[in-house]
Design a protein around this ligand. Structure first.
Ligand SMILES: *Cc1c(COP(=O)(O)O)cnc(C)c1O
Length: 487
């Protein structure tokens, strides 16, 4: 049994690390705008886009990277992208309106996900690409084009349930898309709407980190492209969706040590590591370990643009040659819709420490001016330590401590983390905890108005001549210098 601190230190970009060293700047933002506070670094999204584009270039592919807007609601991030070659993937009417109102032209937008008629109509009116879920959507879209006299609408067919040349279905079942086996019927429908709909390609989105499954799906798409050509259509793109992921942690060994200690703790062979014996999916039954660890792989040797690179280099499961080469030879553009990966290192959530309550020998309970909905790391199974920012550099106890982090709701379950978090020193009221890398789904996706607690304001920041400047997120427009940052 060891009580050595089990840190899960965050991976920080140079800009993020510099921001977190600017404690008094961040303190003054929270003093003025309240806790919680979401801080965004819009220039980083342009850098991330550049990394994806250079992977395309490396494989000699043309194509487009569409930011999956649902990962974050920030205006600054979306507006910053309008100055780049990125497209945007909108998954709701409001996201589409936000993109158009931020300066995206309709031709660079793709609409995905479930579509109500208003959403589909505005997409058709704006000339967006419709990533179509099935026959019903094609019929409805064609109806709008016909009745409103709109230009021919670009369609991308979302497919699912791909198979390799054998019979085994490798990709998981999904609520979305049309089964690969039903492609024929989709093409019949498209044939009856030749004036209204222009199928430009096929695609998938798989919510998995599994490379094999994605390789199977990508190969299936190449086969589907051939089917379209045989029917006389002119498809020219394959869309590999999103799901490239983020590596949240700086050190692989901390992740390994942590997860094996957690396993031991569930078995009662290590000091408890969580509040109330929570096992993150694991449990002990008569001394043996049951269940499965339901956590995001917080340390990932390959993620983001690097993952796309790996996918393109991967041999097609049936055809054998690298998928990137097959795309190139098939004269297909590559479309991708990264959400989380494109906002890597683009944001941090700040929470102010309100109370530190000692609990007889166990970890102290640290209560923050935020709740679990404001920082969705735990909700998404992402275990990563916050960074402690001391107010005025006040001295603490001067040694590492384990603490529990609780929220501001009158609810037993409102824990910011269900695990004991190790910090280099004991926090004190007035200090800040900075939760890094929350821009992907962990800022506003799960935020609620419960108990009428204040929801986080958003600010955009940038470093200029060694000091940090900020503006409210909604006041950010890329009208001033974005020189040197074009991607
Ligand atoms: C959510 C979603 C994405 C983005 O997924 P990430 O895991 O954030 O990259 C892309 N495409 C579709 C259709 C989605 O639903």
């Amino acid at each position: 049994m060891s009580d050595a601190p089990l840190y899960l230190q965050p991976r920080l970009s140079a800009a993020m690390a510099s921001l977190l060293r600017s404690g008094s700047f961040l303190q003054s933002l929270v003093d003025g705008l309240g806790s919680p506070l979401n801080v965004l670094l819009p220039d980083q999204i342009a850098l991330n886009l550049g990394a994806f584009r250079s992977v395309l270039r490396g494989h000699q592919l043309s194509g487009r990277v569409f930011f999956a807007h649902k990962a974050n609601r920030s205006s600054a991030l979306v507006r910053r992208l309008t100055t780049t070659e990125a497209g945007l993937d909108a998954a709701s009417l409001a996201e589409l309106q936000h993109a158009l109102g931020s300066g995206f032209t309709g031709d660079k937008v793709m609409v995905t996900g479930p579509k109500d008629p208003e959403f589909l109509w505005l997409a058709a009116r704006a000339g967006a690409i419709v990533n179509a879920d099935g026959i019903g959507e094609l019929v409805e879209a064609a109806g709008f084009v016909r009745s409103h006299g709109l230009p021919r609408l670009r369609i991308l067919l979302r497919l699912s349930e791909f198979e390799t040349s054998g019979a085994r279905t490798l990709s998981r079942t999904s609520r979305f898309g049309t089964s690969f086996k039903a492609l024929g019927r989709l093409l019949d429908t498209l044939e009856s709407f030749k004036e209204e709909l222009e199928p430009i390609g096929v695609g998938y989105h798989l919510d998995t980190t599994g490379l094999d499954e994605k390789a199977t799906a990508l190969e299936g798409c190449l086969i589907a492209v051939e089917e379209l050509r045989l029917r006389g259509f002119g498809p020219r793109a394959v869309d590999v969706g999103g799901g490239f992921g983020i590596s949240y942690l700086a050190h692989a060994d901390q992740w390994e040590r942590y997860t094996s200690a957690l396993t031991q703790a569930v078995l009662g062979k290590h000091t408890p590591m969580t509040w109330g014996g929570h096992g993150y999916g694991l449990r002990a039954e008569k001394g043996t370990l049951k269940g499965a660890l339901g956590l995001y792989p917080a340390y990932r040797p390959v993620a983001g643009a690097g993952y796309l690179d790996e996918l393109l280099a991967c041999p097609a499961p049936g055809l054998g040659r690298p998928l990137g080469t097959l795309l190139l030879e098939g004269l297909c553009d590559l479309y991708a819709e990264p959400g989380r990966a494109l906002v890597d290192q683009c944001g941090v959530t700040l929470g102010k420490v309100l109370e530190v309550r000692a609990s007889g020998g166990g970890p102290a309970m640290v209560r923050l001016a935020m709740n679990s909905g404001d920082v969705g790391l735990e909700e998404h199974g992402i275990l990563v330590d916050p960074v402690l920012l001391r107010r005025d550099g006040a001295p603490g106890v001067g040694r590492p401590v384990g603490v529990h982090l609780a929220g501001n709701l009158c609810l037993e379950s409102d824990l910011i983390t269900r695990r004991t978090v190790f910090l280099p020193d004991l926090p004190q009221p007035g200090d800040l905890l900075a939760f890094p890398n929350t821009a992907g789904y962990c800022m506003d996706f799960t935020a609620t108005a419960a108990q009428q607690q204040p929801s986080a304001r958003r600010v955009a920041v940038r470093e200029e001549g060694g000091s940090w400047r900020w503006c409210l997120d909604e006041k950010y427009w890329p009208v001033l210098d974005t020189g040197g940052q074009r991607a």
